[in-house]
Design a protein around this ligand. Structure first.
Ligand code: SAM
Ligand code: SF4
Length: 329
């Protein structure tokens, strides 16, 4: 079992399977983002072995992410293999996706054992969606979301609140998710990577999102507190749960149960910090998994207490020098 210096049990790993993406969201990457050479990226077999090692070490939940995980060639091979571990050490296999490829993959994902997915959606307006994602197609994403619903997958929509961009859509997103029985979580933008503009221009504190929701809906605090970073409210009119992830206005690290692994096998013990462990070397040595396990144990023993994101427009902006598509959101 993996336990960090603050007695937090690490039972959840987010694994990025590619840094590539078919969108270029303005808050996630710069327009001319350069991607990693393919030779640096772990093969699907290596990713499978890595995930299995974490399961051996007591990890119960795996989230496949990216970049866009569903643009990785033959990705179902990994889902099918990991799905066979469900009920045999692994409790949940899930993914975070932009939804663009779900029309093609939803049924196969369900077949592999995935039951819940997070889909990122920041706008229901076609032009605005294009502006945020630079190249995304909203209709394709909506088609994918409904294909996932039809396949039986439980859907959580994740929306990054962006000042002056989607703040006028908060109420319509609440309504749309309520009507379709999707849960909805709002996220504050985090200072991850250089994006060619100041974060403070995009940043909208979720206290403002909550106030906006309250102009139309009655919400009460929901007692649900998972090991995740979100706090929840219950929206009475839509009978829906709404989550708020507030890395800037409230530090939620005390319950952190997760680590992240990039597609090149770097393990980050905290999204907002720089310390990392190279898992690729022991993984590629391929002698036995003990060397890999030793590196993981050592790294967990260094997991920091928390992040210290600051976006306040006062001081020079300090950002974590990694884009979110690299670390895996
Ligand atoms: N491509 C997939 C997607 O968009 O869902 C998975 C990877 S993406 C990096 C994971 C999540 O990170 C998405 O919900 C996205 O909105 C969020 N994200 C990306 N950059 C962010 C940032 N700077 N601050 C907050 N959330 C961010
Ligand atoms: Fe791609 Fe997801 Fe980043 Fe958007 S947030 S650019 S979809 S990785």
């Amino acid at each position: 079992m993996l336990i960090d210096p603050f007695k937090r049990k690490i039972s959840y790993v987010r694994v990025s399977v590619t840094d590539r993406c078919d969108f270029r969201c303005t808050y996630c990457m710069s327009e001319d983002m350069e991607f990693l050479p393919k030779k640096d990226v772990l093969s699907l077999e290596e990713l499978d072995r890595l995930c299995n090692t974490f399961v051996d070490l007591g990890v119960k939940k795996l989230r496949i992410t990216g970049g866009e995980p569903l643009v990785r060639k033959n990705i179902m091979q990994l889902f099918n293999s990991l799905g066979s571990k469900l009920g045999k050490g692994l409790d949940e296999l899930t993914l975070t996706t932009n939804g663009s490829q779900l029309d093609r993959y939803a049924a196969d994902l369900f077949k592999s054992g995935v039951r819940r997915i997070n889909i990122s959606l920041d706008s229901l307006n076609e032009n605005k969606f294009k502006k945020i994602t630079r190249i995304g197609n909203l209709n394709k994403v909506i088609k994918g979301i409904f294909a996932a619903k039809k396949a039986g997958l439980k859907i959580k929509i994740n929306t990054v609140a962006l000042k002056g961009i989607n703040d006028d859509e908060i109420l319509s997103l609440v309504k749309w998710c309520g009507e379709n029985k999707f849960s909805l979580t709002f996220i504050e933008v985090m200072p991850m990577g250089e994006i060619g503009e100041k974060r403070v221009n995009q940043y909208m504190p979720l206290t403002e999102v909550k106030s906006l929701i309250q102009t139309k809906y009655s919400i009460t605090k929901d007692s649900l507190r998972t090991a995740g970073p979100a706090t929840y409210v219950h929206c009475h009119e839509t009978d829906q749960k709404i989550g708020f992830i507030t890395p800037n206005t409230h530090n939620f690290c005390e319950l952190c149960n997760r680590v992240r692994v990039t597609c090149t096998g770097e393990m980050y013990m905290c999204l907002g910090q720089q310390d990392k462990a190279d898992l690729k070397k022991p993984l590629r040595k391929n002698e036995n998994n003990q060397a890999l396990k030793d590196v993981i144990y050592e790294a967990i023993a260094r997991k920091p207490k928390g992040h210290d994101f600051i976006i306040d427009g006062k001081k020079e902006e300090k950002f974590v020098p990694r884009h979110m598509n690299v670390t895996g959101g």
